[in-house]
Write a protein that binds this ligand. Structure first.
Ligand code: SF4
Ligand code: SF4
Length: 373
């Protein structure tokens, strides 16, 4: 019969950076948290059965233990132009292409199966809580999970829980906040949209990550500057965290897989992309926005171009205003031109004003007012 040590050895052989074991007991502490946050997480309750995820036996009646694998997605560095606009955890996301981490998880599960152990991957289980209960690390006040040893003990890791039908000796629970007392809630203060309401208390509806891919319609005026340069995801509360700094200053070789996407994800290409480009080049790597939501990508890119304050983007924004019919995109382009400013942007806005009505017209007027402030 396969031992715990054999399983650990296989996990490291496949490139996982850590592994732990915990029981299949329910995650009782999660019940009150979920009940008290039903409003903030209503969107997640709709798509994931979160309440059922608290009890592994509800997901898999034969559950005896949970094995948690840790994958480090920041073992290699990323091009600056990519990590400035996209959350790092999304830069090499293979959940659609299945040619990286997904393949390694599959190999691990096949190894278990070949040794008589059945496993289930529970998408609705509290993954970070499972990892901490399996002794793999602690929590940050920014709601992230910090590894006990991988990637410089940082939060640049993904816990992957697998419920199995074999009982293993559980590892020592390390569920606690591991932040040093001297860090005066830097992440909470640094969150640009006030999404972090307090230690380990996030309102996802205000989080830039959520807003970039699930936000409702045209991004409200008051969020456009604070959402800054993020197109998909946000790493700010991780970038400012002193627990992550040792890893951030490490010299890492460049991630070639991500490097190969760099030119395809340049801002002008994303702003002008057609549906075919979106479906074939972008969506397989970043899929939280649906195939029918190309407008949201373009709206986000226009906002980001505006927030760069870089005049080189003015011709692209002018061209995109003419080639796009979607009002949300047009509104954001007008805003971006007003934010960048200059005579070319002003001339274009005055031209666009002629004959336009409604919301786009209002945005152009506001942009011209901002430009002349
Ligand atoms: S990801 Fe960004 S917006 Fe969300 S909590 Fe962290 S800093 Fe705030
Ligand atoms: S910034 Fe400070 S409080 Fe926030 S997670 Fe990091 S160490 Fe903890």
């Amino acid at each position: 019969m396969i031992s715990k040590e054999d399983i650990i050895e296989k996990a490291f052989e496949l490139g996982f950076v850590d592994i732990g074991f915990t029981s299949a007991e329910p995650f009782e502490s999660q019940i009150d948290i979920l009940k008290s946050r039903k409003e903030e997480y209503a969107w997640a309750f709709k798509s994931l059965d979160l309440m059922n995820g608290i009890d592994p036996k509800q997901i898999y009646p034969e559950a005896k233990s949970i094995i948690v694998l840790i994958s480090s997605y920041f073992e290699k560095s990323f091009p600056k132009s990519m990590e400035s606009h996209f959350g790092r955890c999304y830069l090499d996301d293979d959940r659609i292409t299945k040619d990286g981490l997904s393949r390694d998880i599959k190999k691990f599960r096949i190894h278990l199966r070949d040794n008589g152990i059945d496993s289930k991957f529970p998408s609705n289980m509290p993954h970070r809580l499972a990892a901490a209960r399996a002794g793999l690390g602690t929590f940050g006040k920014n709601c992230l999970f910090y590894s006990r040893k991988a990637a410089g003990k940082s939060s640049w890791v993904l816990p992957i829980p697998l419920i199995v039908d074999r009982e293993f000796e559980p590892d020592q629970d390390t569920s606690k906040v591991g932040c040093p007392d001297w860090c005066r809630n830097t992440c909470i203060i640094a969150c640009p949209t006030g999404a972090l309401k307090g230690p380990r208390n996030l309102d996802p509806r205000k989080c830039i990550s959520y807003l970039t891919y699930f936000g409702d319609g045209l991004t409200p005026m008051e969020l456009r500057e604070s959402m800054g340069l993020w197109i998909y995801g946000c790493d700010r509360c991780q970038n400012v965290c002193p627990r992550n700094k040792p890893w951030l200053i490490r010299h890492l070789s460049l991630n070639e897989r991500v490097l190969s996407k760099k030119t395809k994800f340049e801002l002008p290409k994303l702003l002008h992309m057609d549906r075919k480009y979106y479906r074939k080049v972008v969506w397989p790597h970043m899929f939280y926005m649906g195939l029918g939501e190309i407008w949201r990508w373009k709206m986000n890119v226009a906002r980001v171009m505006g927030n760069t304050l870089d005049h080189k983007y003015v011709p692209d924004l002018i061209k995109a205003f003419e080639e796009n019919q979607d009002e949300r995109v047009k509104c954001m382009i007008a805003w971006a031109l007003g934010r960048i400013g200059g005579s070319k942007a002003e001339d274009a806005l005055n031209t666009f004003l002629q004959g336009k009505e409604g919301q786009v017209n209002n945005e152009i007027i506001l942009a011209l007012e901002k430009l002349n402030e």
